[in-house]
Ligand binder design. Structure first.
Ligand SMILES: O=C(O)CCC(=O)C(=O)O
Length: 261
């Protein structure tokens, strides 16, 4: 979605835009808001991100397929800029879909490097019930591209229009070949909001540079996953806005015990 200059300036969606965005996530499984973040902020994010990524790649094997890296990010500046962790546009959508008492429990990234390959089609989260009966949404991810995602550099491929509502026990790799998919092409600093259940995969990066991307997960407050908690120092937590404190309240704050146990 391209937002109006007024919406971008005030970082607030008009009621009809918000309504359409919510319907896109509920029905299609995802929505993109193009070029929401300030360019200087994104430049700073990318600079710090690439420093961390280069260090990480030097000492770690690829962990998401050939030349493809998942990397957690430190809960620290510049990644915890309020425009990023409490973006009002993103939160207006997540609040409507999974409740304003939702939590954010993942601050990480997925980066295909040159010569990465197709991933298997997958969904990022388990279903709540063993037979995968359809439920309302309970977990939403937000991706922030730190460069333009284009045909060359391994844009994410998604299967919209209902795969987030599919039951379990379906042969995803076979069925997906017969279904409509699309590449999520988006400019740097956009917000991709998607239902974590939606089928998707990483595609080959045929360019000569990394395709960095920040990834967040927002869930209903009672949802448990096996992701490690985000470590937040007490000082940093105390410096957060009330909304950010509320979002990250279930993480590992200060010297407290692991909140999952
Ligand atoms: O960022 C991407 O291209 C998708 C990565 C992905 O789905 C994963 O690593 O699980």
């Amino acid at each position: 979605m391209k937002l109006s200059s007024e919406e971008l300036e005030h970082q607030e969606l008009k009621p009809e835009t918000l309504d359409l965005a919510i319907q896109q996530v509920r029905v299609n499984g995802y929505v993109v808001f193009e070029s929401v973040l300030d360019e200087n902020l994104v430049d700073t994010l990318r600079f710090h991100f690439m420093e961390l990524l280069n260090e990480y790649v030097a000492k770690t094997d690829s962990n998401r397929g050939k030349n493809r890296y998942q990397m957690h990010l430190p809960f620290d500046k510049p990644f915890i800029n309020p425009q990023v962790i409490t973006n009002p546009i993103a939160l207006s959508v997540t609040d409507a879909i999974i409740g304003s008492d939702c939590i954010c429990h993942y601050l990480a990234s997925d980066t295909p490097l040159p010569k990465s390959e197709y991933q298997h089609v997958h969904s990022d989260i388990h279903r709540l019930f063993p037979n995968g009966e359809t439920t309302p949404p309970y977990s939403i991810s937000m991706n922030i591209p730190l460069v333009d995602f284009n045909q060359e550099n391994g844009a994410m491929e998604v299967w919209p229009g209902g795969t987030h509502l599919m039951p379990t026990g379906i042969n995803m790799s076979q069925l997906s070949k017969t279904m409509h998919s699309e590449l999520v092409l988006m400019p740097v600093g956009s917000l991709l909001i998607r239902d974590m259940r939606m089928w998707h995969r990483g595609t080959p990066n045929r360019s000569d540079a990394a395709r960095p991307n920040m990834a967040f997960i927002f869930s209903r407050y009672w949802f448990k996953t096996s992701y490690p908690p985000i470590e937040i120092t007490q000082e940093t937590y105390d410096s957060l806005s009330d909304r950010a404190k509320q979002l990250f309240r279930h993480e590992q704050i200060g010297n407290g015990s692991d909140p999952r146990f």
